[in-house]
Design a protein around this ligand. Sequence first.
Ligand code: 5GP
Length: 244
Amino acid sequence: MNRGKQLYEGKAKILYETDDPEVLLQYFKDDATAFNAQKRGTIVDKGVCNNRISAALFTYLEGKGVRTHFVKQVDDRSMLVKRVAIVPLEVTIRNITAGGMSRLLGIEEGIVLTPPVFEWHYKSDALGDPLINDDHILSQGWATAQELARIRSESFKVNDALKAFFNERKIDLVDFKLEFGRFKGTILLADEISPDTMRLWEHGTRTKLDKDRFRRDLGDVEAAYKEVLRRVLGEKSQAVGAAQ
Ligand code: 5GP
C-alpha cells in the first residue's frame, strides 16, 4: 500500500491517504505534548512503542468483539486504519482517581472508583476538551442518542477487556481516553490506545508507566513506554530491541 497525500498532522500522529480511498495510513511520531500543547518535547521511540502497543490492543479488542478502525500494522511506526469521520467527543473511563478528576473534585489520587466513572469531553483544543453531558451533545447535534448509547456500551466493553489484559501483566489500568468514528453507518473505536492515552500503574508499587512521567517531569519516560510494550507483547517481546 503506497503512502499518498498527507491529510492531517496532529500532536502525536500524521494521517496519509493510501491507494484505497477507504483506508488511511496512521503514522506515529515521537513528539509529545501536554497541558493542551503548552509543554512540548520528544520521547525517543515513543512512536514505535505506541504504534506497536496500539496494534496489539486493537487486535486484542477485536477478539473481544469491539469493532475498531484498525486494519493492520505496516511497519514500526505505521498502521493502516479505516477512514472514519471522527465524532468530536472524547470518552474517559476512570477506575482509580487521578489527573482531571482529582483536580475537578479535590480528591487525592489513587482511590478505587466503584463503579468506574464515565465522562464525555468535547474534543476541542481551543476549549481544553471540556467535560460535558449527554444534553450538551444532543443539543449541539455532535452525535445521536443511539450513537451515544453505542459508544458508552463499547467503552465499558473496552474497560472490562483492558482491565483484565493489564491485570494479567501486573499493571493497574487507572484511566484512559477513547475516540470513535463513523464508518459506513457504524461506530468504530478509532485513534490510538497507548501510554499517551491511558494511565498505567505498576501493580503494588504504583510506579507510573505512562505519559504522566513526561507531564510531571518524573524521568525515565522512554523506559516506561518500553516496559509497557514489553509487557503488552509478552512472549513476542524479543522484538523490543528493534525499537532502538
Ligand atoms: P485526565 O482527564 O485525567 O487529564 O485524563 C484522563 C485520561 O485520558 C488519561 O489517561 C489521559 O492520558 C487521557 N486523556 C485525556 N485527554 C487526553 C488528550 O487530549 N490527549 C491524550 N493523549 N490523552 C488524553
